[in-house]
Design a protein. Structure first.
Lengths: 569, 172
């Protein structure tokens, strides 16, 4: 830093922590003249550097113990700067700062992969290749997001191709195959490739030897529908409603992440009361989500009585959510600059009453459910995820907290009204399914206490900022601790709509570690192990079992494996 | 050791928690957001709701001398943004959620407005009620004559006036 970078000047006088200083100076000394620009806004340090130096920069910092790979957003900025851009968002947990490495990628230039350094960046690179056609050198590239019959050289998120053109260029192969059969008046009935009765289209291939899982492969993105492209044609205040529909369980975290990213990019001051309302609703959502998960986990273990009771208790939270927001799910109250529905004072006693009841019923219920000997036996010691692996994959949420790392966005990168309340971040170090379950059980009680504290302190005033103006090409990062872990949205602003909106759900990060967790478990424990990261598909779906000894392949519903194992399944 | 048997006492205490809907009343809180209701008297056809609607449930189309505000329940996500932005408070959110029907036309609601024609080019350009609403809001003033002129003709007129002022020749 002493080498006289004139563009580092604007960092003076801004409060910084020692950790981000150290990381920044390592990058600066590794890259020297290849640094294009350094700037800082709020808690984000943005370092623009030339593509040829990018790998060197990452090599200089990747082993920092408290630095982790949060997300990467590719963006087509050829209209403005003539290049694609990659924004690598690295977080420093202990300090709550983000270091954003901004790498310009001119058309046709290969970017060095960093997926061997940041293992979590594997999917992000594949996605940038699929959607933007950005090439990465030093690794094998395969299709991740787009279907296998997608045309070559059609990159849907590029700015020079419209959604209508994409629709005319891509027809799923199935249609042409049916046409070849000579069937007239084809009726499209979209079933599968997975069973319609089970919940969401994700797909695991488990490789087994006898009853033991040897390896696992995941195929996903079956329902990648291009909402990021869609948002580019929607107004700022319409996108929260789209964002909320990303997840059927924890939608509010997505709309909150999105509005926070826009608010950060445009420097919008959100009134305190709105921040409180957001936090309250976020915690209500966590309560219902954790109760849902506990129910589903017990269901997968065959303890359906527990499942029913968990959901009976959860129902009171759903009604409470409707009372607070107007809807049981997809609350629809987030807008850029605040919320559109206040928590009226006359609702407060009702909320307290429900929470009080929940606390009693839930602790009674958990005591009973955990004492079922079979439940305990199947949770303890299964689906092991060592702390080192959890760190290497940059995992998030209860998954990482069950492996001994206290990573929690609410504490590390505090947002909304969380800095006003005191709460514990439950951490268990065993790394098994039991640890991840207990993290969630403890979090239910913490969430109740957070809501109670927020209600005590609820400030007065408005819940909506007094109007705001857009500015193009500003970068904003919004992160929220969802029930499943960190949700992070990156927004590059445009004139009337987001220019680029990158969504990263917690499951995107956590799924990459599932094969590690599955290796060596009994097949019967695989469904719960997959479910233990609380993937955004509540119950996963059916699995394909390939027996290495007999070479047989069969597909069975996941619940059947869970109860009977492979022989009778 | 047999603690888990306690679940029976919990079950006995809680009893049946589901309701025999539709024979019993549904569980809907006073805050519930259901379908919207547009008051045709209050609505002036400004189209603010159609511009904010995230799913394009509300559309405003000009058909001859009529402007039609259409609400298609099939697309509605019940977010309530239309009611939030409506400057006339013409939209209310009801608690009605029993919307299934055998008849597609039951899912449509329409408010029809009469349009005004531009006093220069004669094209219909906005609703008569909106012109009247603007008139009362600006309360007279020297722009009143522009009210019945469509935006395109208004632009031309303004340019011509500025031009004549600069060049100094009167008339158009």
């Amino acid at each position: 830093m002493s080498r006289g970078f004139s563009h580092v000047e604007d960092l003076k006088g801004v409060p910084r922590g020692p950790r981000s200083d150290a990381v920044l100076s390592r990058v600066l000394s590794a890259c020297g003249d290849s640094i294009l620009n350094v700037s800082r806004r709020g808690t984000t340090i943005r370092v623009a550097l030339k593509a040829e130096c990018f790998r060197k920069a990452v090599e200089s910092i990747y082993s920092e113990h408290d630095l982790y790979f949060r997300t990467m957003a590719a963006s087509d900025e050829r209209l403005k700067d003539g290049v694609y851009k990659l924004y690598y968002v690295l977080g420093i947990d202990g300090e709550g700062t983000n270091v954003v490495l901004e790498v310009p990628a001119p058309e046709g230039v290969e970017i060095s992969t960093v997926s061997d350094l940041f293992r979590a960046s594997d999917w992000y690179e594949l996605e940038a290749k699929d959607l933007f056609g950005i090439n990465f050198s030093g690794r094998s590239l395969r299709r991740l997001v787009l279907p296998e019959d997608w045309p070559e050289n059609l990159y849907p998120l590029r700015k020079d191709i419209s959604a209508d053109e994409i629709k005319s260029l891509y027809q799923p192969q199935m249609i042409s195959q049916i046409a070849e059969l000579g069937v007239e008046e084809v009726v499209r009935v979209p079933i599968g490739p997975y069973h319609p009765a089970l919940h969401e289209p994700e797909y695991f291939e488990l490789y087994v030897r006898g009853e033991k899982v040897v390896d696992a492969r995941y195929v996903g993105f079956m329902v990648h529908r291009g909402i990021e492209k869609l948002a580019e044609s929607m107004k700022y205040d319409q996108v929260p409603f789209l964002a909320e529909r990303i997840c059927g369980i924890c939608g509010f975290v997505h709309s909150t992440s999105y509005v926070q990213a826009v608010e950060e990019a445009l420097g919008i001051e959100v009134p305190e009361r709105a921040q409180f309302v957001r936090s309250i609703v976020l915690e209500v959502e966590r309560l219902h989500s954790h109760l849902l998960w506990i129910g589903v986990a017990l269901h997968l273990l065959g303890y359906d009585t527990g499942f029913m009771h968990a959901w009976r208790i959860r129902e009171k939270i759903m009604v409470l959510a409707e009372l607070l927001t107007g809807s049981r799910k997809t609350y629809g109250i987030n807008l850029v600059g605040g919320v559109k529905k206040d928590v009226n004072q006359d609702k407060v006693p009702k909320v307290r009453e429900v929470l009080e009841q929940l606390k009693k019923e839930f602790s009674e219920f958990v005591g009973i459910a955990i004492s079922v000997p079979q439940v305990m036996a199947r949770l303890r010691g299964t689906g092991l995820l060592p702390r080192g692996e959890a760190r290497a994959y940059a995992l998030v949420g209860p998954t990482v907290r069950g492996s001994g790392l206290a990573r929690d966005v609410r504490k590390d990168y505090t947002y909304a009204a969380y800095h006003y309340v005191s709460f514990k971040v439950p951490v268990y170090s065993e790394g098994d399914n039991l640890a991840r379950t207990l993290v969630r059980v403890d979090e239910v009680f913490e969430s109740i206490s957070i809501i109670e504290q927020l209600l005590d302190m609820l400030p007065g005033g408005s819940v909506m900022a007094e109007g705001w103006e857009t500015q193009p090409m500003k970068l904003g990062i919004g992160a929220v601790e969802a029930p499943r872990g960190e949700v992070i949205h990156v927004v590059v602003t445009g004139d009337y709509s987001p220019y680029r909106w990158r969504v990263r759900a917690p499951t995107y990060q956590n799924l990459q570690a599932v094969p590690t967790m599955l290796r060596g478990v009994d097949l019967a424990d695989a469904p719960l192990t997959i479910a233990s990261i609380d993937p955004c598909f509540s119950c996963t779906d059916r699995a394909l079992i390939i027996n290495l000894r007999s070479g047989s392949v069969k597909a069975v519903p996941i619940e059947v494996i869970s109860r009977r194992g492979v022989r009778s399944g | 050791m047999v603690k888990f048997l306690k679940i029976f006492s919990v079950s006995a205490r809680e009893g049946t928690v589901t309701r025999k809907y539709p024979f019993e009343s549904p569980l809907v809180t006073p805050e519930f957001r259901g379908r919207i209701d547009i008051d045709p008297v209050k609505c002036v056809g400004c189209g603010a709701c159609t511009r904010i609607c995230p799913t394009k449930t509300l559309t405003l189309s000009y058909e001859g001398d009529e402007a039609v505000l259409k609400y298609f329940i099939g697309r509605c996500i019940f977010c309530g943004m239309c009611a939030y932005v409506c400057p006339q408070n013409a939209i209310t959110i009801t608690k009605d959620f029993e919307l299934a029907s055998y008849n597609l036309s039951d899912l449509y609601d329409e408010v029809v407005h009469r349009t005004v024609r531009c006093s220069i080019c004669g094209k219909p350009f906005t609703t008569a009620k909106l012109v009247r609403e603007v008139e009362t809001r600006i309360n007279g003033g020297d722009v009143e004559e522009l009210l019945n002129i469509c935006p395109e003709c208004r632009r031309r007129l303004t340019v011509r006036r500025i031009g004549s002022r600069v060049v100094g020749t009167g008339g158009e």
